[in-house]
Write a protein that binds this ligand. Structure first.
Ligand SMILES: Cc1cc2nc3c(=O)[nH]c(=O)nc-3n(C[C@H](O)[C@H](O)[C@H](O)COP(=O)(O)OP(=O)(O)OC[C@H]3O[C@@H](n4cnc5c(N)ncnc54)[C@H](O)[C@@H]3O)c2cc1C
Length: 374
């Protein structure tokens, strides 16, 4: 076993740390306060190649791998979880296209996403379909050489800024299929962004599909394989969420160490108190455990292994870890931790989001348990 990052991964990690400090951190509070989607920052992240880390050079990616993807997201989320989440969620459509697309579909639809020229959105969830994917009711009717898609999607990340959508709908055989839908198609309409406690500026919103026509050739993969496509893609995004959780928790630890050295009580910095040291040590050990779980899961993906179970373990552990660690960080900061003027309360709100999106913790436990008792 070798737990060292390669020289290339170390360079990517260090460049991302620098980018996050210079370009992301100064904008983090404003993104949270205004909840506006950070389009300019997305352009800069695209310029750094962050949307193509895991994808081959033939489609414009850098082929750096999934561990590089996790390393970058961790550093971005340390500064702003919204920035990390934008890169993390942007893996969904490329992953689906790369694994299930025809050569023609890859040539046409994958490259703009990998280059970050277009953002993709992944339209699965519906008002009545959160944890229960079988409850999907959006329909895709075949009419000659087209499919006509009608339905309502909910909480769709990046939908308002996406150039391209992957829409899951029941086809004429009543099975779920996936369709590539240009976002400018008539009838495709993204609603107002959801007003969430954390991950603000991420812009998840409803999508109305009012008889959206797409050529039959926009069916992704085989007809009826929508669930397989969805499961494959979200197992990779879960690594991204684990990396976000690790980053936000590390950010909270950094702030806590700094704060405890500067805050004086009883005439001494609180960092000298055993209770504060206990909190800092607990935080550091939990972050470290989450980090290596995340890296290992990404590493397995780089080896070409399936990670449906492993990514559920990583997402479950890291999201709970982030909630606990940011809660401890609030405690280190005392009353000041509850103030909007300090960043730690934002991290606490952001961390909570990792327990619910890309599958709630209960669903991750169900995946893990079913594997254990199979
Ligand atoms: C910021 C954000 C971005 C998102 N982005 C996307 C996106 O890009 N694309 C997309 O398709 N979706 C997206 N989603 C949707 C997200 O994946 C779902 O909201 C999530 O899966 C939970 O679904 P739900 O809210 O309907 O919860 P529900 O299914 O209503 O569950 C509510 C609660 O019931 C319990 N529960 C439910 N099922 C079970 C079970 N089987 N066993 C035990 N307990 C259970 C759990 O306690 C759970 O927390 C996003 C959501 C958010 C908040």
């Amino acid at each position: 076993m070798n737990f060292d990052l390669s020289e290339r991964e170390k360079m990517i990690q260090s460049a991302a740390r620098e980018f996050a400090a210079k370009e992301v951190l100064p904008r983090a509070a404003e993104i949270d306060r205004t909840a506006e989607f950070p389009l300019e920052l997305v352009r800069r992240m695209a310029g750094m190649g962050y949307f193509g880390l895991a994808y081959p050079a033939e489609y414009g990616g850098s082929g750096s791998g999934y561990l590089a993807y996790a390393l970058v997201i961790e550093q971005l989320a340390r500064a702003s979880m919204t920035a990390g989440a934008i890169v993390a969620v942007s893996v969904l459509s490329p992953e689906a296209l790369l694994r299930f697309g025809s050569q023609a579909q890859k040539n046409r639809f994958l490259a703009p996403l990998v280059a970050g020229r277009k953002l993709g959105c992944f339209c699965f969830t519906e008002p009545g379909t959160g944890s229960d994917p079988k409850a999907i009711v959006t329909r895709a009717r075949r009419t000659g050489r087209h499919y006509v898609i009608g339905g309502e999607k909910k909480f769709i990340s990046l939908a308002r800024v996406a150039g391209q959508a992957l829409v899951f709908a029941r086809d004429d055989t009543d099975r779920v299929s996936a369709f590539i839908v240009p976002a400018k198609s008539p009838g495709f309409e993204a609603g107002e962004p959801s007003d969430t406690i954390g991950l603000r500026g991420f812009g998840a919103c409803a999508v109305h599909l009012d008889d959206v026509r797409v050529p039959a050739g926009n069916l992704l993969g085989e007809k009826g394989r929508g669930f397989d496509i969805m499961l494959e893609a979200i197992s990779v995004e879960r690594v991204g969420v684990a990396a976000q959780a690790t980053g936000v928790a590390q950010g909270a630890l950094d702030l806590s160490v700094e704060y405890s050295k500067g805050r004086v009580a009883y005439g001494k910095p609180i960092s000298g108190m055993p209770t504060i040291q206990w909190l800092l040590a607990e935080m550091a050990s939990r972050v470290e455990a989450g980090r290596w779980l995340t890296y290992r899961t990404a590493f397995l993906r780089d080896q070409g292994r399936g990670i449906r179970n492993e990514s559920a373990v990583a997402k479950l552990f890291c999201s709970q870890m982030a909630v606990e660690v940011t809660r401890m960080a609030m405690q280190v900061h005392g009353a000041y931790g509850t103030m909007k003027s300090l960043p730690v309360e934002r991290l606490y709100r952001d961390a909570k989001m990792t327990e619910v999106y890309v599958g709630v913790s209960e669903i991750q436990r169900a995946i893990i348990a079913s594997d254990l008792i199979r």
